[in-house]
Write a protein of this length. Structure first.
Length: 227
């Protein structure tokens, strides 16, 4: 097979064996390009493979990086909880002591009264005098209810006083102080410590000086105590 190649520098005739495609491909490259770049058929084939691979790699990444629609995640159905008011979820913890069937710490719904605490403790023992207790009083969290405790001493040292009367801050025992709403063992001990350190309570407002008695608690106690 004879191949005739015409270039800008002239016409060249070369005999190419049949089937030698590499020489044929080289003959189709302009002579000036072969001379300047020194391309060999093997080099040209390798370069072609590299270019094809690079083009395929670029096309793959372009296809992978194209914008795709994003579906929002499916919302999971949440179980519907029964509606519970905040008051129903809150409780008060009180300590019922003294002459009751089942003394101990009780958890009662917020808003419960002394009568509810007595009922939860099994009620007072037979023969116990409960007239000193205000059964209608709303319970405060952390307080202690002493059933059948002696009444606070009245001013002048006389024990007791009228049932349901004010508790004397200057003569009451710790148990008697704990019968007041919102007064537990810790707060009752602070009242006794203040009394010992300051020579007693000269007026009811001195109770505000005791740590743990704020304006709200003082408003609850001021009608239930006296110096």
């Amino acid at each position: 097979m004879t191949t005739t190649t015409t270039t800008t520098t002239g016409t060249r005739t070369r005999a190419t064996p049949r089937g030698d495609w590499r020489l044929a491909a080289r003959d189709r490259i302009p002579l000036w390009l072969q001379t300047r770049c020194g391309f060999e058929p093997r080099t040209l084939a390798a370069l072609t493979v590299v270019l094809v691979a690079a083009a395929a790699f670029a096309a793959y990444h372009f296809w992978q990086g194209r914008p795709q629609p994003v579906r929002p995640p499916a919302r999971e159905a949440m179980p519907v909880a029964a509606a519970v008011s905040p008051a129903a979820r809150r409780t008060v913890v009180v300590d019922v002591a003294g002459k009751v069937q089942h003394p101990g710490v009780l958890h009662l719904p917020q808003g419960a009264r002394v009568a509810d605490a007595l009922e939860a403790a099994g009620g007072a023992r037979p023969g116990t005098d409960t007239t000193a207790l205000n059964r209608a009083r709303v319970l405060a969290d952390g307080e202690q209810i002493v059933v059948g405790a002696p009444q606070a001493a009245a001013p002048g040292g006389a024990p007791g006083g009228a049932p349901g009367g004010p508790v004397s801050l200057n003569s009451a025992t710790q148990e008697q102080l704990q019968s007041l709403p919102g007064v537990g063992p810790v707060l009752a001990k602070r009242i006794l410590d203040y009394r010992a350190q300051h020579g007693g309570f000269h007026e009811i407002t001195d109770l505000r000086q005791v740590t743990g008695i704020g304006a709200h608690r003082f408003s609850e106690l001021r009608t239930l105590v006296q110096p």
